[in-house]
Design a protein around this ligand. Sequence first.
Ligand SMILES: CC(C)c1onc(-c2c(Cl)cccc2Cl)c1COc1ccc(-c2ccc3[nH]c(C(=O)O)cc3c2)cc1
Length: 232
Amino acid sequence: EKVEITKEQEALMKLIVDAYNKHQIPQDVTKKLLQEQYSTEENFILLTEIATSQVQVLVEFTKNIPGFLSLDHEDQIALLKGSAVEAMFLRSAQVFSRKMPIGHTEVLEERIRKSGISEEFITPLFNFYKSVGELHMSLEEQALLTAVTILTPDRPYVKDQQTVELLQEPMVDLLKKLCVLQHPQEPQYFARLLGRLTELRTLNHYHAEMLTSWRVNDHKFTPLLCEIWDVQ
Ligand SMILES: CC(C)c1onc(-c2c(Cl)cccc2Cl)c1COc1ccc(-c2ccc3[nH]c(C(=O)O)cc3c2)cc1
């Protein structure tokens, strides 16, 4: 039968997409990707600055998700901490898949490859970027997938998983309809999208190891990253 987006779903999508577009890393930060020196140390420092800016952007985007600010405050923190890495993988993946802005793709890849991350994590990391790139996600799909990731009920320390599920469900339903409408030739497209969320979970594990190996080599993070990643 015909798949239709309701008026409320239209309104919800506009809220999420507008928030996704509004909250971006400032140009003066990302433009440094093209300017700074190419040394392992410089790359790490620049990526740390970008990640810190990305977390701030992520918090602002999350505050625009309908119902999020009505959640228990400790649960809000638990959701942000539990999803930050996955949301940043998704966001940085868009840079590689959108081939935008011109030139940043190559330098971002170069700096990530040469930032002190060991080879065993580089492979799964860029496999993920490749698999997301192949999906050619629309902006609406990117924004909704990020919201769905943030509203994952079974993050550590979330007390009221039920309420989080009630917020996540309409996002998932809307994303499913969008996939059918925007990829009519690919009935399994929505399933492929959800498959990326499973892949993201495994990247959390790799990321924890990346943090440990950076810290072993005495790399410093910013206070915001220390707080969201429970390090130092
Ligand atoms: C603390 C640093 C070293 C760090 O630790 N883990 C990761 C880390 C890593 Cl490598 C990989 C994945 C996730 C994390 Cl969380 C990082 C660097 O994290 C980011 C790297 C790039 C971006 C990002 C996001 C959007 C962007 N737009 C543009 C643009 O040019 O418009 C550039 C850009 C960069 C965000 C986080």
